[in-house]
Structure formats: C-alpha cells, structure tokens
Design a protein around this ligand. Structure first.
Ligand SMILES: CC(C)(COP(=O)(O)OP(=O)(O)OC[C@H]1O[C@@H](n2cnc3c(N)ncnc32)[C@H](O)[C@@H]1OP(=O)(O)O)[C@@H](O)C(=O)NCCC(=O)NCCS
Length: 200
C-alpha cells in the first residue's frame, strides 16, 4: 500500500528485483524531472514544463527513484472539490514495463482519495495503460471546462487526438453530482450531431 504524502515519507516497492523509492517530490528533483518530462515532450507525447511551472506545481508531484536515478514521476492536480487530474506521468525509457508507471498512478490515486476527491481523470495517448489501472474512456465534453486549461497552450489544441479517461473513486457521490443534461443536438456538415456537454 502506497501512503507517501510528504518528501520525508518514503515508501519502497520491489519491481523486477529493483527496490524503487517512492515519495512526494521536492525542489531538488526539478532538474531530473525537467529532463524526463521534456525528453518526452520533444517527442510530442507530453506537454513541456518550465522550471517556473515545476516550482509552482511541485506539491502535485510524486517521484520514483531507482538509487539516485529518477525512474518515474507523475502529478495529481486538483481542479475542483471533486475532481483531480493525473498529469506529467512519465517513466524513464530505461525503466519502462517494470510496473513503475502503475506504482505512480496508484500513489496519485491514493493521494486523491486521501483528499476526498470523487474522481480523477487524465488526457492520454496510452488509454490501454490507464484501463489496467481502473480508468475508463469518456467523451472529452463530459469533463469540466476548467480541465481544458492546459489544452489552450497545447500545439495540438485544434486537432486533439488525446483520449479522456476517468477513474471514479466514490461512485455514489459521483453519480449524484452528474447533472442530467438533455442531449444537445447541432448540425455539422449538414448532419445532425450530438454536441459535447460543457460543464462549468
Ligand atoms: C505510459 C507509461 C507511463 C507506462 O509506464 P510503465 O512503467 O512502462 O508501465 P507499467 O509497467 O507500470 O505497466 C502497467 C500495465 O500497463 C500495461 N502498459 C504499459 N504501457 C502500456 C501502453 N502503452 N499501452 C497499453 N498498456 C500498457 C503494462 O503491460 C502493464 O500491464 P499488466 O499489469 O497486465 O502487466 C510509460 O510508457 C511512459 O512514460 N510513456 C511515455 C510518456 C507518456 O505517454 N505518459 C502518459 C501521459 S498521460
């Protein structure tokens, strides 16, 4: 069970005979985090981060270390009293497919539960990975508008091919809070289509 919520509270997990240290990130992790995240951003699979953004959002981050090598990271960003987003999830190429990504997601979801969130979501290209961690695919329009904040500065904003996935943590509360919107119909290219429901 992962329960690390401060940089001092370190948890260990053994994956593929490696003892992986998991904890909340601290400012000293920033250079290694930027290196990992921006390496993937250069390949177009993640959003780039700056040192300023990392500092501002450092409390969101969880890190996984193999000795002194940053093996993985991920962030839990709170959007509302009920929802949070898994962001900046990355595992070093040298450490992929050993269960570290799953460890990160489980740690972030645990944290979301500790803070009383009803659900967590992610925008991703690896929906298969998230499905294994208990997320399911939803229409992007089902997420709160605020969750699209990062999209505004994404180079793929006009042609987004990311998939929205959600993991419900408190099913009863989540269902109760889902507004029962009637379907919204519109016309696109001469066809009647169901428009995305945008919630504030
Ligand atoms: C996606 C990523 C975080 C997965 O990390 P990982 O440590 O290799 O994944 P794990 O070893 O923990 O895999 C857990 C499970 O998901 C599966 N899985 C891993 N990557 C997958 C993928 N791309 N597609 C489908 N399933 C995948 C594994 O087979 C494993 O399944 P199992 O439980 O049946 O054995 C890693 O590949 C990565 O950093 N990718 C580049 C950055 C990225 O795309 N981040 C996501 C942004 S939302």
């Amino acid at each position: 069970m992962i329960s690390a919520l401060t940089p001092e509270d370190v948890q260990y997990a053994t994956v593929s005979n490696k003892n992986i240290e998991i904890r909340k990130a601290s400012m000293q992790d920033i250079p290694a985090l930027l290196n990992l995240i921006n390496g993937y951003a250069a390949k177009g699979v993640m959003l780039p981060r700056t040192e300023f953004e990392m500092s501002e959002n450092m409390r969101d981050f969880m890190v996984a270390y193999d000795g002194n090598v940053l093996a993985g990271c991920g962030a839990m960003h709170f959007y509302s009293p009920t929802m949070g987003e898994v962001r900046s999830l990355a595992v070093a190429e040298t450490h992929k497919k050993h269960g570290i990504g799953r460890l990160m997601v489980d740690a972030l979801v645990y944290e979301a539960k500790m803070y009383g969130l009803d659900a967590v979501f992610a925008f991703t290209y690896v929906d298969g990975f998230f499905a294994k961690a208990g997320f399911h695919t939803v229409e992007r329009g089902e997420l709160p508008l605020k969750a699209w904040k990062d999209c505004l500065r994404c180079p793929k904003f006009q042609a987004c091919d990311e998939i929205a996935v959600v993991k419900v943590l408190r099913p009863q509360r989540w269902e109760q809070k889902q507004p029962n919107y009637p379907p919204v119909l519109g016309v696109e290219d001469g066809n009647v289509v169901l428009l995305p429901i945008l919630k504030n």
